[in-house]
Design a protein around this ligand. Sequence first.
Ligand SMILES: NC(=O)c1ccc[n+]([C@@H]2O[C@H](COP(=O)([O-])OP(=O)(O)OC[C@H]3O[C@@H](n4cnc5c(N)ncnc54)[C@H](O)[C@@H]3O)[C@@H](O)[C@H]2O)c1
Length: 328
Amino acid sequence: MGVIGVGALGSMHLRNLASLPACRVTHVADTHLSEGGAATAHLHGATLTDVASMLAPGTVDAVVVSTPTDTHAQLVVAALRAGVSVFCEKPMARTAQEARTLVDLARSRGAKVAVGHVVRYFPEYAAAYDLVRGKQLGTVRSARMARLNASPGRVQQWYRQSGRSGGVLLDMAIHDIDWALWTFGPAARVFATRAGEPGAEVVSVTLKHLDGQITYLDASWRDDAFSTSLELWGSEGFYRVAGSSSAGFEVSCPRTDQSGDYLPGPDSSPVPDDPYRLELAAAVDWFAGTGPAPLATAEEGLAALRVVEAAEASIQSRQPVMVEEEAA
Ligand SMILES: NC(=O)c1ccc[n+]([C@@H]2O[C@H](COP(=O)([O-])OP(=O)(O)OC[C@H]3O[C@@H](n4cnc5c(N)ncnc54)[C@H](O)[C@@H]3O)[C@@H](O)[C@H]2O)c1
């Protein structure tokens, strides 16, 4: 495999790929390789090359694209045209139009594109999905989600440019938007607001799903440290996770049965396997034809981008914006 972009995420992906028995990272490409990226590549025996050489016939079977967001589409297109499978970091593209092009290209070529919507692989969020889908909380009418961080733009300048990163809405809120679409199904309408300056902003997004649920989510680049939370309110119980991926999550699950006794919650932290490793393992098995499609493919990458763009349109217009047609 090859890794394109060996920055913060690409270095981690390289280390995780190197730990997978089914995969060997032979090449990396990075237009401005940092010392850390070079050391990681060297440590794992990967050769530094450029993208065109990496995509030359017979060089790699698949690539990870972990470059700045505005470069994803052109790199994924090049890989697909070269007959190479792709794991692309989220967001799959800077715009929904680019994402649509990628979906169409992948379909027309029968090519495989996995997207790094890693929250689906966090055990606490996967457990929440199972609780909702298995109706163990009864009927869940709403979810509250938050994803807060310091501004990455303090270190990596491109995050401060909305045209490159899409700001906190595209870069951070998309994680929870994707989880909400996965769990509750398509969004009918979106209302969103934003405050702050580019690179240090907060957004608040409300989704009304076609099936009637409401997801409220906040994303911030104005906090001191990374943290996330998720609360689900069901007719028969409540589920809450809060924490950060580095510190582990605290899970409280005071679901009650009819006698009022507490039921055990799903397994909580420590995280049993790194979700970033799990998502790559699933993609690698799919690429090799030894496993099913991973949890997030190009279609899901596009669906999340469509909702992000509806949220951006809502911020601009100060009005709710329709995403999918609701039944009369
Ligand atoms: N899934 C997650 O939890 C998560 C977390 C952080 C970032 N991300 C995403 O990962 C992507 C990368 O983010 P990052 O924080 O690692 O960025 P980064 O700036 O740390 O690293 C990007 C690297 O790509 C290289 N690069 C830039 N343009 C290139 C090109 N055309 N060809 C080859 N290399 C190129 C840069 O030199 C740099 O080394 C972004 O899309 C971001 O949204 C995902």
